[in-house]
Design a protein around this ligand. Structure first.
Ligand SMILES: Nc1ncnc2c1ncn2[C@@H]1O[C@H](COP(=O)(O)OP(=O)(O)O)[C@@H](O)[C@H]1O
Ligand SMILES: [Mg+2]
Length: 332
């Protein structure tokens, strides 16, 4: 891929925060001694193609939100280059925000005391949208996000799930070609999460919108994203399709057997490792290229009555925590 096809280009992007301030008034402290620099993003280089869904994952403090804020044009990098839609976001903010939609799961961009509908009308004026085009987009979003029932209610009276749906609509009224989402499913209940995921998924598949999201929820990643960036301590530690990354880290499959009574004492041969044995449940891992799964099952079951057998890849949560332990990137 050449950079010409890319919607987002980062080259050696870095961001440091200066924290603390000299305690001028405290006796005995050396001026400046409490100043500290935090290198939140350290030399990130990447490009993202139009129409893809990319997930940023990483432990707290890894630098995800900092990257998002730089891409959104809210923050200037300390060094390096950032180009989105051919522009430098923090330099050309007005044109930039007209082509990007941003949703922060922990913040609202709606007007708390205004009915949802009026927030939308205000955004129409902010973005100077053509009335007809605006009505068409708004009606479409109202339908797709099922907002009709609470359009006339003030934002502060909405449930979190309703508010997030309204936030999505607000971020999309001007039909941006790139949508940036920082933890869009945080705090949502299971049903609301599914609704938000389905909506994002369709945005990418049906409209070709580019989506960049951060999340701690691995189901978001599994269901929405084509490509994951694993971030640790301000750097990209791995980049690619989730299944490929997972199979590189974990060639192993996982077998879980639930016994009708207590699980038997196991005498496992080399090549089958015990992950967990707990009451009537046993979990083992093995490499299916080296061990025949049918034989592994018969060894673990050992002729005892079972209620359930599950065989599959190791879970993505395990993959991610294993990966970060491997890279010593857990505490930033
Ligand atoms: N405004 C700020 N001032 C000082 N330090 C900050 C600021 N924002 C973030 N940081 C620090 O930068 C690092 C990366 O933070 P952040 O980008 O929010 O990570 P993430 O979103 O992955 O949790 C953390 O160590 C965090 O404490
Ligand atoms: Mg964050």
């Amino acid at each position: 891929m050449s950079d010409k096809d890319s919607q987002i280009i980062l080259r050696e992007l870095s961001k440091s925060y200066a924290t603390g301030s000299p305690r001028w008034l405290s006796i005995g402290s050396v001026s400046g001694a409490t100043r500290k620099t935090i290198d939140a993003v350290r030399g990130v280089t990447l490009s993202i193609e139009r129409g893809t869904a990319v997930g940023l994952i990483g432990p707290n403090g890894a630098g995800k939100s900092t990257i998002i804020k730089i891409l959104a044009g809210i923050m200037r990098p300390s060094s390096g280059e950032v180009i989105v839609n051919g522009r430098v976001p923090f330099k050309d903010r007005i044109k930039h925000v007209a082509s990007v939609g941003v949703v922060f799961g922990q913040k609202t961009q709606l007007w708390w005391d205004l009915p949802v509908q009026q927030s939308f009308d205000l955004l129409r004026d902010v973005y100077r949208l053509q009335p007809q085009q605006y009505r068409r987009t708004r009606d479409d979003l109202v339908e797709r996000l099922a907002l009709e029932a609470f359009l006339s209610r003030p934002v502060r009276q909405l449930s979190l799930g309703q508010r997030m749906r309204a936030e999505f609509a607000a971020a999309l009224l001007h039909e941006p070609s790139l949508v940036i989402l920082d933890e869009p499913t945080i705090g949502l209940d299971a049903l609301a999460k599914i609704a938000v995921r389905e909506f994002i998924h369709r945005l990418v598949r049906e409209r070709g919108t580019t989506v960049l999201l951060t999340t701690h929820d691995m189901h978001d990643i599994e269901q929405i994203v084509d490509r994951v960036l694993l971030i640790g301590k301000g750097k990209i530690l791995a980049d690619g399709a989730l299944d490929r990354l997972r199979s590189e880290v974990f060639a192993e499959s996982e077998l879980q057997v639930e016994f009708l009574g207590d699980s038997p004492l196991l005498d496992l041969p080399d090549g089958i490792s015990l992950i967990e044995q707990n009451g009537n449940r046993v979990t083992v891992a093995f490499d299916p290229a080296k061990q025949n799964p049918a034989e592994v099952i018969s060894k673990v079951v050992a002729g005892k009555p079972v209620s359930d057998i599950r065989l599959g890849p190791r879970s993505i949560e395990e993959f991610v925590s294993h990966f970060y332990r491997m890279h010593g990137a857990l505490e930033a």
